[in-house]
Design a protein around this ligand. Structure first.
Ligand SMILES: *[C@@H]1O[C@H](CO)[C@@H](O)[C@H](O)[C@H]1NC(C)=O
Ligand SMILES: *[C@@H]1O[C@H](CO)[C@@H](O)[C@H](O)[C@H]1NC(C)=O
Length: 356
């Protein structure tokens, strides 16, 4: 549709610049007058059976460009000629006047915000130091407890996840070619601005007032911070230690899609803040979920599948069971391949908002 409009536009622009002339015999020379572009894209998606853990991490896109040309097709029944006509154009002179009044308001007060950054929680992760010389090569993960799916949650993992999208883009440049002839006959018009007409002058007045307030109210608001710490535990290790996570953190129980689409945050609680560090649980959304369950005050874990980043969500203030954020399932995210959430072990919540 956009291409069609472009073509229309370029033809109507031509209509202004040149005038239609009566059909003649063969054209003497050729020239290109305008170019329009058309683009079309078709995509196919490949899938593999790799599940939520680990997630596909390669999002590279490949593109290939092919060029082709088609024979120039011309139509001799309509030819265009250029001719000279003189038209006067109006000249406008502009001048600016800037007024800078100062307004003092007796009864109005202004509010000045002071920022403070109170620490509302400490996020701890545990590093195990093996004292018996054994380096674990892999872990066995078990999930304890019971998880009740939230309304509308699909806890069946798909058999295959999208791994690659291949697209073919066809890009066509249309060069419009017209014959030029030295026509004899009646030329209707061509607008060639060449002489100045009457001069009109315009003055623009800009007002930039400065407002002065009699009194100021000071308000302190929080930019909450989450401190981080790493605890070290020294113990004898097994070659294949068992890791126990909560049932809510099992890959199938993580909230990774709704209505068949991937998830994205809509609005955060005004007192929301993220805590965490890079690579906190790279490649493992279940570990991200368990870190939230283990850390007091964490309302929800947010694992970002596109970048393998885990962040833990906290809410400052005194509310006992705060709602950390609302989320939706926009049509542009593949199911389970956008943000992956789960609530922590407190009573804080997150809320699904249906609709893209
Ligand atoms: C248009 O004007 C130019 C310059 O004044 C002149 O060289 C040219 O011959 C004119 N063209 C026609 C078709 O009268
Ligand atoms: C749940 O997800 C599975 C795997 O993607 C799919 O086959 C099934 O149709 C989904 N169920 C519902 C009710 O959407």
């Amino acid at each position: 549709m956009a291409t069609f409009r472009l073509l229309q536009l370029s033809l109507s622009a031509l209509g202004v610049m040149t005038s239609l002339y009566a059909p003649t015999t063969s054209a003497q020379s050729w020239y290109s007058d305008s170019t329009t572009y058309a683009e079309s894209m078709t995509c196919t998606t490949r899938s593999a059976s790799t599940g939520v853990t680990p997630l596909p991490t390669d999002y590279a896109r490949f593109s290939e460009t092919s060029y082709f040309s088609e024979p120039v097709v011309t139509d001799d029944t309509t030819v265009y000629v250029t001719a000279n006509t003189t038209t006067a154009y109006p000249v406008t002179s502009w001048s600016y006047v800037t007024l800078r009044p100062t307004i003092t308001l007796d009864k109005t007060t202004t509010t000045k915000y002071l920022t403070a950054t109170p620490t509302i929680a400490t996020l701890t992760s545990t590093t195990v130091v093996c004292t018996n010389g054994v380096t674990p090569t892999s872990t066995v993960t078990v999930y304890r407890g019971h998880y009740s799916a939230i309304p509308g949650q699909n806890t069946t993992l798909p058999a295959a996840f999208p791994t690659a999208v291949a697209c073919t883009v066809t890009f066509t440049a249309l060069i419009h070619v017209w014959p030029t002839v030295q026509g004899s006959g009646t030329v209707t018009s061509t607008v060639t601005p060449s002489s100045a007409g009457a001069v009109t002058s315009t003055t623009i007045t800009e007002t930039w007032p400065t407002t002065v307030y009699r009194s100021t109210v000071l308000v302190t608001f929080g930019n909450y911070a989450v401190a981080t710490s790493v605890a070290t535990v020294s113990k004898a290790c097994k070659p294949k230690p068992t890791v126990t996570y909560e049932a809510r953190c099992a890959p199938s129980n993580l909230i990774a899609e709704m209505d068949g689409q991937g998830l994205d945050v809509v609005t955060f609680n005004p007192r929301f803040t993220f805590g965490g560090w890079a690579d906190m649980s790279a490649g493992d959304p279940s570990k991200c979920c368990q870190l939230c369950a283990d850390n007091r005050g964490c309302v929800a874990s947010v694992y970002w599948a596109q970048s393998n980043a885990c962040l833990l969500g906290y809410v400052g203030g005194d509310e006992r069971c705060p709602e950390a954020f609302t989320y939706h399932a926009p049509s542009y995210w593949e199911p389970r391949l956008a943000q992956i959430y789960q609530v922590g072990s407190g009573c804080g919540t997150i809320r699904y908002v249906p609709g893209g």
